[in-house]
Design a protein around this ligand. Structure first.
Ligand code: SF4
Length: 471
């Protein structure tokens, strides 16, 4: 912010844009982080709508991809679920021990043979209840009891509350950063230490068209599979419409995403795992692979390469992390021992089992048809120069590899600022290129007309000469 404040006083371009206004860096920071907090999405959408009006984008196609951007927090501020759970279990054991000792001493003092039953699960609420009961019972505790009560109250209760808070902050994740609670630990390809360590980061997703960013969203999960529905919802909210076509890489090729795109009537030019591998002869000619086995749809059974029918044995459900349910059908060969091709077919002790997701196979088939079509090949060949180029521009050319703000809302704000900046810069470049092209075209046209004009002029001169001669 201080750089912008300085530039507003020294840089002629900044002075021109600000109309010679020189706000303090705190004012600029407040404007960036507080004033625009609730309006940044609208502002971004307005810039994109302007691009639509100018004919630079149509919102008909979205090239979607994500990249991980490091959080502003230090990587050494992480708290891991495994260690929290381990220390919490130890502490619970200690608390139970202390509670049992106090209860024993109370019963010994009262000469009561009935032992108090301790609660099985210890959390802060239970411990508080236990402490209040003990305080009622022990009006004048002895030295040992007093010490134990103080320890429970001032040490164990606080630690237990901290561990509970840590686990609540982690949610479903495995770790969190103490200085940026919203960040998730992700493996970054291009972290600034260049050693691919786990770092607190955010998963930033963009949609692009003609290298303009048409939509952006920030996610806290490292994988791309579960982010598509949130990203598309954001697009719908911003423009009140969905695009006709989505082009994305294999990270998005799941049953859930294909279904979602089909429901929204969006053409899915989305690859899936093994899409490229399938094209190789080594894979397509391997008769033992599940996808190459003959399937009798009417009678619902597969036939193995030895001609043995593999009949349906049952079905099960697979639930994704987002709660999507997939139906898996299982088939098994009846007898495999003694068959000469067994080593090439499978390694399992029992007869070969196939677990097939028929719906996913059908959706993959549709996606393959689209991807292998002329339009599909064109769109896919454009993908690296679309979304990948924009990430390159943001991260390498503009050095935006780490957020400067902390917390999910502020990170969203900062990323949208970067996206708006990218779009405006690109708009400027495109306008200059178009103006240049128009100038060259005009010059070409005037150059072509030059001989014609010269000829017209000379013929006029000849006519004048003749007239003068006649006089
Ligand atoms: S091992 Fe069993 S399933 Fe595999 S090809 Fe031979 S008979 Fe068929």
């Amino acid at each position: 912010m201080s750089k912008i404040a300085k530039a507003l006083q020294e840089n002629i371009h900044f002075m021109f844009i600000s109309g010679n206004s020189t706000p303090d860096f705190r004012t600029i920071n407040d404007f960036r982080g507080k004033r625009l907090k609730g309006h940044i999405h609208q502002l971004f959408a307005e810039v994109v709508k302007l691009l639509v009006e100018m004919g630079y984008v149509s919102l008909a196609v979205e090239y979607i991809d994500g990249t991980k951007i490091e959080s502003a927090s230090n990587r050494y501020t992480f708290v891991w679920r495994r260690s929290v759970e381990k220390y919490k279990a130890k502490l619970e054991g200690k608390i139970k021990g202390v509670l049992s000792n106090i209860n024993k001493s109370i019963h010994a003092d009262n000469q009561d043979k009935n032992q108090e039953v301790l609660p099985e699960k210890i959390d802060t609420q239970v411990l508080k209840e236990q402490l209040s009961q003990l305080n009622k019972k022990l009006k004048t505790p002895n030295k040992q009891q007093g010490k134990a009560l103080v320890k429970l109250q001032e040490e164990h209760l606080l630690k237990l509350a901290k561990y509970e808070l840590d686990l609540a902050r982690m949610g479903n994740g495995n770790a969190y950063s103490q200085t940026d609670v919203s960040a998730t630990f992700m493996r970054l390809k291009d972290d600034h230490m260049k050693n691919g360590q786990l770092k607190p980061a955010y998963n930033a997703h963009i949609s692009t068209e003609n290298q303009f960013i048409t939509h952006a969203s920030i996610h806290q999960t490292p994988g791309d599979t579960t982010t598509l529905s949130i990203h598309l919802d954001g697009f719908q909210q911003a423009y009140n419409q969905q695009s006709d076509t989505v082009v994305a890489d294999a990270g998005y090729g799941s049953e859930e995403n294909y279904e979602l795109l089909e429901q929204q009537q969006i053409a899915a030019y989305v690859k899936y795992n093994y899409f490229h591998l399938e094209q190789k002869q080594k894979i397509s000619n391997n008769l033992f692979l599940a996808q190459n086995l003959f399937y009798n749809q009417a009678a619902d059974f597969y036939v193995c390469p030895m001609g043995q029918p593999m009949e349906k044995t049952g079905s099960s459900k697979r639930v994704s992390s987002s709660g999507y349910e997939s139906q898996i059908t299982h088939y098994q060969a009846k007898r495999s021992e003694g068959y000469p091709l067994r080593g090439m077919c499978h390694q399992a002790k029992d007869n070969r089992v196939l677990s097939i997701n028929h719906r996913l196979n059908q959706l993959k088939k549709q996606a393959k048809q689209l991807l292998m079509s002329q339009k599909g090949l064109e769109l896919c060949s454009k993908r690296p120069v679309e979304v990948e180029a924009v990430f390159g521009q943001l991260k390498s050319n503009n050095h935006f590899k780490q957020f400067t703000m902390k917390g999910l809302e502020k990170v969203k704000l900062e990323f949208l600022w970067m996206a708006i900046g990218h779009n405006l810069r690109k708009m400027g470049t495109k306008s200059r290129q178009l103006a240049q092209q128009a100038r060259v075209q005009a010059e070409k046209t005037s150059f072509c007309l030059f001989p014609l004009k010269m000829a017209t002029l000379s013929s006029k001169c000849c006519v004048l000469d003749k007239k003068e001669k006649l006089k």
